[in-house]
Design a protein around this ligand. Structure first.
Ligand code: MLT
Ligand code: MN
Ligand code: ZN
Length: 305
């Protein structure tokens, strides 16, 4: 299987339009060694021409232009995007659906909780019904749920894992998190048996999550924040990383410590917020990651397993 990282930044992208933090300023004026990044999304394929888009970022059109593999040009109108699968209903992961409205009805794989948000607090599904429309395939999140297979994506199975996290700020149930608000995903190549554990928003390492991480050959996880109070320290927000459903990399019980105990060959951080010092490739924090064998995803990164 092949995974293309279409977008590696968290909500807002990098640089964020209205931000003048050290990183955003630095990448704009070239004073730091960093690359710009679009908002978090990956594409997965087993044949390099039919892809499942995992999360639909508001930057999807830029991402498609940057990745010709997503346009195999088999007809006058065509797309390599065979289906869309959502990990949550956050704005940075769903609003790209609107940009796909000129195409055929979109097969959309998401949980009931996410579907409720997309037909309620952020009714994209109703809006799209006046354009291409969507075909909902419900992702179940109970522990006996079978792996999901998609018709066009041969030999790859997708197993959703329910994560204890947060619903989006606009969600009618934002104060009452529900199973299925946030997913992790085990992506398995059934021919080779290789597995990727994917979770761009991961706030808590629950036992079933740890088990899936241990069984994976490659980990592609939440790299949003370096510190638990990063947004507060910079004066940008009153929210801690945990309030937003993100586990920071540094500190006791942080992502570095978690990943240190995992045998996976590749450990890659994705969904990186523009404030995170790891975006500066010359930073001490980036060096620390390198010492722990942890990579930082970038737009266009390919992972083949
Ligand atoms: C998040 O991952 O916490 C959100 O995407 C933040 C946002 O909406 O920008
Ligand atoms: Mn996000
Ligand atoms: Zn910034």
């Amino acid at each position: 299987m092949k995974i293309i990282v279409l977008g590696s930044a968290a909500g807002g992208g990098f640089p964020q339009w209205n931000c003048n933090c050290r990183n955003c300023n630095g990448v704009r004026n070239g004073s730091i060694n960093a690359r710009a990044r679009t908002q978090s999304s990956i594409a997965v394929s087993s044949n390099d021409s039919d892809w499942v888009l995992i999360n639909a970022s508001p930057d999807i059109l830029t991402q498609i232009r940057a990745n010709p593999a997503l346009q195999p040009a088999r007809g006058k109108r065509d797309t390599g995007i065979a289906a869309v699968m959502l990990m949550d209903a956050q704005i940075d992961h769903v609003t790209g659906l609107l940009m796909l409205r000129e195409g055929k009805p979109l097969p959309l794989y998401c949980t009931s909780a996410v579907w409720d948000d997309l037909t309620g607090g952020l009714p994209l599904v109703h809006v799209l019904s006046h354009y291409c429309g969507v075909q909902w395939h419900m992702l179940a999140v109970n522990h006996t749920a079978a792996p999901v297979e998609l018709p066009q994506i041969a030999d790859i199975s997708f197993t959703p894992l329910s994560l204890s996290s947060k619903a989006p700020p606009y969600s009618p149930h934002r104060e009452m998190p529900q199973p299925g608000d946030n997913l992790g995903l085990v992506i398995e190549d059934r021919k080779t048996g290789k597995k990727v554990f994917y979770a761009p928003g991961l706030g808590e390492i629950e036992p079933h999550v740890l088990k899936a991480m241990h069984a994976a050959d490659c980990i592609l996880v939440d790299g949003t924040f370096w510190t638990a109070d990063e947004m507060i320290q910079l004066g940008f927000s009153k929210k801690m990383a945990a309030d937003m459903g993100h586990l920071p990399q540094s500190g006791k019980g942080g992502m570095i410590e978690v990943l240190d105990a995992i045998p996976a060959k590749r450990k890659v951080l994705i969904h990186i917020n523009n404030t995170n010092p790891i975006l500066d490739e010359n930073s001490a924090e980036r060096e620390t990651l390198a010492q722990h064998g942890i990579e930082v995803a970038f737009d266009g990164m390919e992972i083949t397993l």
